[in-house]
Design a protein around this ligand. Structure first.
Ligand SMILES: *[C@@H]1O[C@H](CO)[C@@H](O)[C@H](O)[C@H]1NC(C)=O
Ligand SMILES: *[C@@H]1O[C@H](CO)[C@@H](O)[C@H](O)[C@H]1NC(C)=O
Ligand SMILES: *[C@@H]1O[C@H](CO)[C@@H](O)[C@H](O)[C@H]1NC(C)=O
Length: 208
């Protein structure tokens, strides 16, 4: 069943891409989409349509219901398929069997697994973790450019600039909510952990 394997690999790549976009701690920078995975080429070079990053996760594929097209048990040899994926098999985001809830996580259910790149300090203030997004770091607080081309100085102090940056960082940070998705019998590994931003929390600064 070679065609199945080829198709599975392609879909795997598409899903990996989607998962990477969703879970990257650095906001997706449209001007530089050359991750290691794409080896210096843009997704468009591979025939992948450029989409609105706010439309993630991608819609489900429409599969022909014909049971004859389903893989047979011998096509689903986990040893062989896992060897094919090699180090691309990421157990944190992929699962061969239906994932069970973590025993220590009983009172949080699956859909509440969220990651937010901030923590609270003792005074209750939000402290960012990791590196400030490049777009915010590079944002010009010194002046505003008016439509006639002239510049209006803002006189924002270094201290206020830092506060504004931290506020915008927290305000626009994407709390990634994870959910396991059952892709059905035609995908291997069948279960993928999907991350998404709740609506309204995923404002991008890339156009600044
Ligand atoms: C894109 O990112 C890669 C590494 O992430 C870097 O090596 C490359 O110089 C960047 N390209 C541009 C055009 O910024
Ligand atoms: C899976 O494939 C391996 C290697 O081809 C083989 O040794 C093994 O018996 C297979 N397992 C099953 C359950 O068919
Ligand atoms: C899990 O959490 C969601 C959202 O908080 C809620 O709608 C759902 O009912 C919960 N499910 C269970 C089994 O507790």
């Amino acid at each position: 069943m070679e065609p199945l394997c080829g198709r599975t690999a392609l879909l795997q790549l598409a899903w990996l891409l989607a998962v990477c976009v969703c879970t990257s701690s650095i906001p997706w920078d449209r001007s530089n989409a050359s991750g290691v995975l794409l080896e210096g080429k843009s997704p468009q070079d591979y025939g992948i349509r450029s989409g609105n990053p706010l439309d993630l996760p991608p819609p489900d594929l429409i599969e022909p219901p014909n049971k004859m097209l389903d893989p047979k048990p011998h096509d689903l040899n986990a040893t062989t398929l896992k060897a094919k994926l090699g180090r691309n098999f990421d157990p944190n985001f992929m699962s061969i069997s239906r994932p069970v809830r973590h025993p220590n996580n009983n009172h949080h259910n699956q859909s509440e697994l969220a990651e937010f790149p901030f923590k609270r300090n003792k005074k209750g203030r939000l402290v960012p973790m990791g590196e400030m997004p490049r777009s915010l770091r590079k944002m010009n607080f010194k002046y505003i450019r008016l439509p006639d081309g002239s510049r209006l100085r803002t006189r924002i102090s270094a201290k206020l600039k830092k506060k504004l940056q931290q506020f915008l960082w927290a305000f626009t940070a994407c709390p990634i909510v994870y959910r396991w998705k059952d892709l059905g019998i035609r995908f291997w590994p069948r279960y993928l952990k999907e991350g998404h931003c709740p609506p309204g929390k995923n404002i991008l600064f890339n156009s600044f």
